[in-house]
Write a new protein. Structure first.
Length: 187
C-alpha cells in the first residue's frame, strides 16, 4: 500500500539544509532529496546531477545540500513498487496544487483531458499538461500515467522511453491496483 501525505507550503518557505541521494533503478538514476521528515524532490537524474541539485537547492532556498545515502537507502525500490509511507513537501498554490492533488489519486493511465475534468478544470487541458510537466515528485505523484486522449504515451520530462518502460513495469507487476491513501495538509 502507498500512503502519501502532501504538505503544501507557500512560496516563501525555506529549508536550511537538504539531504539527497541518487539510487540506481532499472529506469535510470533516481534523485531523492529532502530533510529528516519529508521528501522535496524525486526525479530521474539524467547525467546532469549538479544542474538538478542546483534546481532543487534554489527551489527551497537551501543553504546546503548534503549527500546522505543511508537516509534514502532502498527508498527507490519502495517508490517503484508503490509500497510505504511518504511525506512530501510541496511549494504549490492555486491551479498547480490542484493538478498535483489530482495526480496523487491516479491509479491507472488516464488522459490529460480526464485529469482536467477530475480537478474541475475541463477547458484547461494544455495548462494541466504544463503543470504535470513541472511535477517535483515523479513516480509518487504519477505523472507518467498521464497519456494522450488517443492512447499514445505522450511526452514525459525524463523521456517517452522511460515513461513507456514505467507503464509496462507497472502493468506487468499489477501496480495499477495497489491501494493508496492520500492526506493533504495546507499551511
Amino acid at each position: 500500500m502507498l500512503d502519501l501525505t502532501l504538505s503544501f507550503k507557500d512560496k516563501h518557505t525555506k529549508i536550511q539544509q537538504l539531504h539527497y541521494a541518487v539510487e540506481h533503478t532499472a529506469f535510470g538514476n533516481l534523485l531523492l532529496a529532502g530533510n529528516a521528515e519529508s521528501l522535496v524532490f524525486v526525479g530521474f537524474e539524467q547525467d546532469n546531477l549538479p544542474l538538478l541539485l542546483n534546481k532543487v537547492k534554489q527551489m527551497w532556498q537551501a543553504d546546503t545540500l548534503v549527500e546522505d545515502c543511508l537516509q534514502y537507502n532502498g527508498m527507490s525500490e519502495r517508490i517503484l513498487n508503490r509500497n510505504g509511507s511518504f511525506h512530501l513537501l510541496l511549494k504549490a498554490e492555486g491551479f498547480f496544487s490542484q493538478v498535483l492533488v489530482g495526480l496523487s489519486s491516479i491509479s491507472y493511465p488516464i488522459s490529460y483531458k480526464s485529469l482536467a475534468e477530475k480537478i474541475g478544470r475541463n477547458k484547461a487541458i494544455r495548462a494541466v499538461g504544463t503543470a504535470v510537466g513541472k511535477n517535483p515528485f515523479s513516480l509518487l505523484l504519477p505523472c507518467h500515467r498521464i497519456i494522450t486522449s488517443s492512447g499514445q504515451i505522450g511526452q514525459y520530462a525524463y523521456g517517452s522511453h522511460i515513461k513507456k518502460a514505467l507503464l509496462d513495469f507497472e502493468k506487468a507487476n499489477n501496480l495499477f491496483s495497489i491501494p493508496q491513501s492520500v492526506s493533504i495538509i495546507r499551511q
